[in-house]
Design a protein around this ligand. Structure first.
Ligand code: SF4
Length: 406
C-alpha cells in the first residue's frame, strides 16, 4: 500500500510545535477526546474498513483543534479481552511512527498533532491515517486477524461515545481492587516512552499503575503474554529492601539496566531520594510545597496556575524527561486509589491542595474526615494563603497527626 508520508520508528520522538502544526485533535482545547480498542467477534468486523465521521483534515482551518474519538475493533483467535488496553496503548507507538504525526497521552487525555509539512505532502485525510494504523497493527501484531477503525471528529458524537468509553476505563481499573504487591512475584516494566524520555522505565505493580494510567498490572501481564519481545516485560520483584518506601532488589536491577545505568535505585512509594522516573505521559503531578512541607496534586486538564503560580505544562517540563525528580513526580490519577499511594511520605494525609475536579472524582477514596481539609483552587489561590487555610480547617498534617511508616 502506498502512503503520502514515510513510516518508521525513526519518527518516534519527533515533536510538532504549535507553529509547525496543521491541525490537532484532542489535547487541552478539545472537551471530548479518547481512543478505545475493543475485542469483537470476527463476524462483527469488516476487515480493514476505515470510517471517518465528521469533518476531515482537508476541511479544517490551519492551526485548528478538533475533538477526536478513535475506535479500533479487533478480532483474532489468540486475542483476549485483557489485551484490549495493551493494544490500545500501542497507538502511542504506531501513531508516532508516522512522519509528521505527534501522539501524546492516552485514553481520554489523548492529544494528536499533524504537521504542516506532512499535510503538504498529501496526508490530508483521516482515512489515510486509519489505513496506516491498520497497516502497522497488522504488520506488528500477528495475533490481530481482523481490524477496523472509526475516527470521529463530530463533537456531539464524540461526547456521546465518550460516556461509554469512560465506563470501560473504569471497569478495567476496577479489576485491581484487593490485589497487593505481596500477592505476586512478578511486576511488569514498560519502556514505551523512552523515545521521548530515554532513561524512563515504568514499574507496574498491583498497587502502582503506570504513569500514563493506561497500563495496570493486569494489562502488563496481558501485554507480556501478547508480545514477550515488546516494550512491556516482566520484572522479578526480588527482595523487599524497604517496605515503607517500596524498594525491591529486582526493581532496582531493572531500573539500572533500562535507564542504562543512570539510576540504580527506585522507591515505588516515595517522592524523595529515589522516586520513580517520570516520562511525559503522566496524567498528574504530585508536587512538594516547601512552605508547609506537604504535597499538592495537579492534573493535565487543570486550567490556569496552581497555587505555586505555574500551570501544569510548566511544571511538567520540570518533572518529565525520564528523570527522578525529588518532590515532583508524574503519576496516573488512579494511583490515588492505591493503598500504597506515597505511603512513605504520609500518603493522602500529607496532600494539602488539589483541583476541585480531582477531589470530586476521588471523593470515595479520600477519608471523609480529610476531604474538606484539602484545599482546592476555590479555597487557596496562592501559597501564601495556604498555611492560614490549613490552620483554620485543622489539616492533620499541620496538626502533626500523620505518622510516617519510616
Ligand atoms: S507511561 Fe509507562 S506504561 Fe505508559 S506507555 Fe509510557 S512507559 Fe509505558
Amino acid at each position: 500500500m502506498e502512503f503520502h508520508v514515510d513510516i518508521g520508528p525513526q519518527y518516534e520522538g519527533e515533536v510538532i510545535r504549535k507553529e509547525d502544526m496543521q491541525v490537532e485533535f484532542g489535547g487541552p482545547k478539545a472537551k471530548a477526546k479518547f481512543e478505545l480498542v475493543t475485542l469483537k467477534n470476527p463476524d462483527e468486523i469488516e476487515h480493514e474498513k476505515v470510517e471517518v465521521i465528521g469533518p476531515d483534515i482537508k476541511d479544517m482551518p490551519e492551526g485548528s483543534s478538533y475533538p477526536i474519538a478513535i475506535l479500533i475493533n479487533i478480532a483474532g483467535e489468540a486475542l483476549e479481552k485483557d489485551m484490549e488496553p495493551v493494544i490500545e496503548r500501542r497507538m502511542h507507538m504506531y501513531a508516532n511512527y508516522i512522519e509528521g504525526v505527534y501522539h501524546m497521552n492516552q485514553r481520554n487525555d489523548v492529544w494528536i498533532r499533524l504537521s504542516k509539512a506532512s499535510f503538504k505532502k498529501g496526508l490530508n485525510s483521516l482515512k489515510e491515517v486509519g489505513d496506516i494504523l491498520i497497516f502497522l497493527y497488522t504488520s506488528e501484531l500477528s495475533a490481530i486477524e481482523k481490524i477496523s477503525i472509526t475516527l470521529v471528529t463530530d463533537e456531539k458524537k464524540v461526547q456521546e461515545l465518550l460516556a461509554e468509553a469512560l465506563k470501560v476505563y473504569e471497569a478495567r481499573d476496577e479489576r485491581l481492587k484487593g490485589l497487593r504487591e505481596e500477592d505476586v512475584d512478578l511486576f511488569y516494566g514498560c519502556v514505551l516512552c523512552q523515545s521521548f524520555a530515554p532513561t524512563h522505565c515504568c514499574v507496574i505493580t498491583p498497587e502502582r499503575i503506570a504513569n500514563c494510567g493506561a497500563i495496570n498490572w493486569f494489562d502488563g501481564k496481558a501485554a507480556y503474554k501478547l508480545d514477550p519481545e515488546g516494550p512491556i516485560f516482566g520484572v522479578e520483584k526480588g527482595e523487599l529492601l524497604d517496605p515503607g518506601r517500596g524498594e525491591y532488589s529486582g526493581c532496582n536491577q531493572c531500573v539500572a539496566e533500562r535507564s542504562l545505568g543512570e539510576y540504580n535505585r527506585v522507591y515505588l512509594h516515595s517522592a524523595f531520594e529515589h522516586p520513580h522516573t517520570s516520562c511525559g505521559c503522566f496524567q498528574a503531578i504530585l508536587f512538594y510545597i516547601p512552605e508547609v512541607d506537604a504535597f499538592g496534586i495537579v492534573h493535565r486538564d487543570f486550567v490556569g496556575p496552581t497555587l505555586l503560580g505555574e500551570a501544569f505544562s510548566k511544571m511538567a517540563g520540570v518533572t518529565s524527561g525520564g528523570r527522578q525528580v525529588e518532590g515532583s513526580c508524574g503519576l496516573a490519577l488512579e494511583l490515588i486509589r492505591s493503598p500504597k499511594f506515597f505511603q512513605a511520605d504520609g500518603g493522602l494525609r500529607r496532600v494539602v491542595w488539589m483541583p476541585k475536579a480531582i477531589k470530586e472524582r476521588y471523593k470515595d477514596v479520600i477519608p471523609a474526615d480529610l476531604y474538606d481539609k484539602i484545599a482546592s483552587e476555590e479555597d487557596v489561590k496562592t501559597v501564601d494563603q495556604l498555611p492560614a487555610f490549613l490552620e483554620k480547617v485543622g489539616h492533620p498534617w499541620i496538626k502533626g497527626e500523620v505518622e510516617l511508616p519510616i
